[in-house]
Design a protein around this ligand. Structure first.
Ligand code: HAM
Length: 415
């Protein structure tokens, strides 16, 4: 071990310097506003969970990515990789008394020992929206509508992103009709979720390992080539998608959705409609993903309950916002920078700052004296929209000029 401590955070973990916080706040503000606008109630829990709750049956990638350890009393502890098991645990704990359907939201820090690629860190914040206890597709509509609303609030237009939607039940019907038995489907889903991320030959090998024969593999790839909902056989799974698209039109975000049978999702608990949002140019990883999961509550020992939800990470969307809106677009400038020329003006500057703050303004009071040129250069580079500079004449006159740093317009203010 070297005795020099590295100034870098551990690999995959992030520091948020002030310029990074501006972006994070912009993203979180949109999450919170969109969640509230759609009637989701905030909840939270500790990032540390028992390993048993998070441990996975073979196959799911996220199972191998869990950070886990034993505490001093030998409890097997883990950092959550996603919020959904915790949500299920909290719901199960109060299942007898909660007023279902419930709509809950949180921004959860999550840890995954990921292979580091663009858009994937080992720690990220994930906005979660979940509706538990509602069977109708209106639940999907409310969750997806809120997520699209958040993207719009961040400054993106509907042309910047697309939500790809499918239904695992539909894929199951098609696989069964092709002779692939239901008990193989979970394995098939996990293999198909890798499509586009690894060569088809490897996916075919995964399918064969899962017990699908050559003819089944060929049929599976054929199914994935279906492009439109109209080509698919009628049934409840197709009808639920049609209803989702119809309701999304009414709610004003139908154009943000698109049927895409290749959306599978890499988590085993989804049972119905699944979706994943991407930037329209497909330059980045998934912006958010989710779907309906009917068995998670029973898997952890609760009573049956249907649920639908999504996770929306902060990493990809911030990359996308920087690319589409420009690196300086994080926050509009606001507040007043107050400066002073000589020590004799310092008290007056402090008194002015106090008055402005009492009136509701955000004020950045210069901590040191400065020449006007120096001060205005600093103010211009700051996050403030306006600036006031106090020299001897201003204090003597009891008035000063408040300058709009963008337009250069000045107004006189009393001290
Ligand atoms: P997920 O697809 O694993 O789903 O993650 C959801 C989103 O979290 C991704 O689309 C991405 O934005 C972000 N994300 C995931 N892993 C990382 C990472 N390593 N670095 C950066 N961002 C990441 C879930 O986690 C489900 N629990 C979502 C859900 C909630 N389903 C129902 N309710």
């Amino acid at each position: 071990m070297s005795d020099q401590i590295s100034f870098e955070p551990p690999r995959g973990m992030r520091d948020f310097y002030p310029e990074d916080m501006t972006w994070r706040n912009k993203v979180f503000d949109a999450f919170r506003a969109a969640g509230a606008a759609a009637g989701f109630e905030p909840y939270d829990a500790c990032v540390v969970e028992s390993y048993d709750l998070l441990a996975r049956k073979a196959g799911e990638e996220v199972g191998d990515q869990i950070y886990h350890f034993f505490d001093k009393s030998d409890r097997h502890i883990a950092l959550r990789a996603e919020m959904t098991p915790t949500l299920a645990r909290m719901v199960a704990q109060r299942q007898g008394s909660l007023p279902f359907p419930i709509k809950w939201t949180t921004i959860a820090q999550c840890f995954r020992y990921e292979r580091m690629t663009k858009g994937r860190k080992r720690e990220h914040y994930q906005w979660n929206l979940d509706i538990v206890g509602e069977e109708s597709v209106l639940a999907e509509v409310e969750v997806l509508g809120a997520a699209c609303d958040a993207l719009r609030r961040m400054g993106l237009s509907d042309a910047d992103f697309k939500v790809h939607v499918s239904n695992r039940a539909l894929l199951s019907e098609l696989l069964a009709a092709s002779g692939i038995p239901a008990e193989r489907h979970a394995q098939v889903f996990l293999a198909l979720d890798k499509r586009g991320k690894m060569p088809d030959a490897e996916i075919a090998a995964m399918l064969k390992d899962g017990g699908v024969d050559d003819a089944g593999v060929a049929k599976t790839f054929e199914i994935l080539n279906l492009k439109s909902l109209d080509e698919l056989p009628d049934g409840p799974a197709k009808a639920s998608l049609q209803e989702l698209f119809r309701l999304a039109d009414i709610a004003g975000f139908g154009k943000c959705l698109e049927f895409d049978i290749s959306v599978i999702r890499g988590l085993s608990y989804y049972t119905g409609i699944v979706f994943e949002c991407f930037d329209a140019k497909r330059e980045f990883r998934a912006i958010f993903g989710g779907g309906r999961y009917d068995n998670l509550l029973t898997t952890i020992g609760g009573s049956p309950a249907t649920a639908v939800g999504l996770g929306f990470g902060d990493v990809v969307v911030t990359e996308l916002l920087k690319a589409r809106l420009g690196a300086d677009a994080a926050a509009p400038k606001k507040g007043v920078y107050v400066g002073w020329m000589f020590p004799e003006q310092r008290d007056a500057a402090l008194a002015l700052a106090a008055k402005l703050r009492a009136a509701g303004e955000d004020v950045n009071l210069a901590l040191r004296k400065a020449k006007p040129k120096q001060f205005f250069a600093r103010a211009g580079a700051s996050s403030c929209a306006k600036a006031v500079f106090l020299g001897p004449d201003d204090v003597a006159a009891g008035t000063a000029k408040m300058k709009d740093l963008a337009t250069r317009e000045e107004v006189s203010i009393g001290l």
